[in-house]
Ligand binder design. Structure first.
Ligand code: NCD
Ligand code: ZN
Length: 344
């Protein structure tokens, strides 16, 4: 098989940033994806309807003519029901960050006491607004996601009608947790399907592979690969493509975030069909990729994606050393390396 056709690919966790960085990275997603869930962790974070609408306009200007839908989110705070009723038609989800846990999350939540969160989460549940969560504790970096799992469980049990999305899961235990409750769902990134901590820090340190949550062990990657590629209904692709200027990555105090937007589809095709030996296996692998990349998100979020067909062909693609716009330079994951597949 030398050609795979993808229908309406969706990236359900994407950082587009703002201003020149937005102008640089947005077209790299909007050309290949039918839509994306846009993260609200700007400085300051998106917390009002005016900020949201202005940001969406700037995104639309940067993606013009690409037939791309920006599914917007706001940054979780203890919003009241009136505010949520007023904004619900303009958002697809609300993104919750524990305070200080990742890039631009200082205004996040410092207590997961159910009674403190109840009014907002019940209102979201009533209004059918999904809650998307960066699930990490402030413990030892390799344990943060697993330490957060009891909080997911507590939220899932206390708010059974609230759709909760476990963002960018990275551990075997998180893969088990998402299957345990009907109202839990998850996104999986490209990089966590490709790398472990060894790729980041096992040899010379690779700053362009540094992100939150940090890449884990081989057995975690194996569990993620199985969950993503097996056609399970509960997991969606969310690249967590998180560009930072190259100077902020190749620096003492490297910013967390991996830039994968321009290479995601080519790598996903490679990952999904790599072990297929005949037509039937390729058919199943393509069907499962289509679920991971679009159909599951459509069902989970209840969205209608704009129609877009992307053809991926078996032809080597050399990943550029960097992408630039004006003074901004960004380095993609695996810069200068070659992938087996290209976008037609
Ligand atoms: C993201 C960013 O840079 O905004 N960084 C990252 O390492 N993934 C934030 C996030 O999603 O954690
Ligand atoms: Zn993110």
């Amino acid at each position: 098989m030398n050609k795979i056709i993808l229908n309406n690919p969706l990236d359900m966790h994407l950082h587009l940033r703002d201003y020149d960085m937005l102008k640089l990275v947005a077209p790299l997603s909007s050309k290949q994806f039918s839509g994306a869930l846009i993260m609200p962790n700007l400085v300051p974070p998106i917390t009002t309807k005016d900020m949201l609408k202005d940001y969406k306009k700037r995104i639309q200007l940067s993606t013009s003519n690409d037939n791309f839908e920006a599914y917007m989110t706001i940054f979780f705070q203890l919003y009241d029901k009136k505010f949520l009723e007023d904004i619900k038609d303009d958002i697809t989800a609300i993104k919750l960050y524990p305070a200080g846990i990742t890039t631009n999350s200082d205004g996040g939540i410092s207590s997961f006491d159910i009674e403190t969160l109840r009014a907002t989460l019940e209102a979201m549940s009533d209004l059918n607004i999904p809650l998307s969560i960066h699930g990490e504790s402030d413990g030892f970096v390799m344990d943060r996601e697993n330490e957060f799992l009891p909080i997911y469980e507590k939220l899932a049990v206390n708010f059974p009608n609230l759709k909760i999305i476990m963002e960018h899961i990275t551990t075997k235990e998180a893969c088990d947790m998402v299957l345990k409750y009907d109202n839990l769902f998850a996104t999986i990134t490209l990089h966590h399907l490709l790398i472990t901590l060894d790729d980041l820090a096992g040899g010379l340190l690779k700053p362009h592979l540094f992100c939150k949550p940090i890449a884990k062990r081989y057995e975690d990657k194996k569990a993620l690969l199985f969950l993503a590629t097996s056609g399970n209904d509960k997991v969606m692709f969310g690249s967590d493509s998180a560009p930072h200027p190259t100077s902020k990555k190749e620096s003492c105090g490297c910013a967390a975030g991996i830039f994968t937007a321009p290479i995601a589809l080519q790598y996903l095709v490679d990952i999904f069909i790599k072990d297929s030996f005949d037509e039937n296996q390729i058919k199943t692998a393509t069907k499962n990729l289509q679920k991971f990349l679009s159909y599951n998100a459509v069902k989970i979020y209840g969205i209608k994606p704009t129609k877009k067909q992307i053809t991926i062909v078996k032809k080597p693609f050399k990943i550029p050393a960097n992408y630039t716009y004006g003074d901004i330079v960004v380095t993609p994951m695996d810069a200068n390396e070659q992938i087996n597949w290209s976008i037609l």
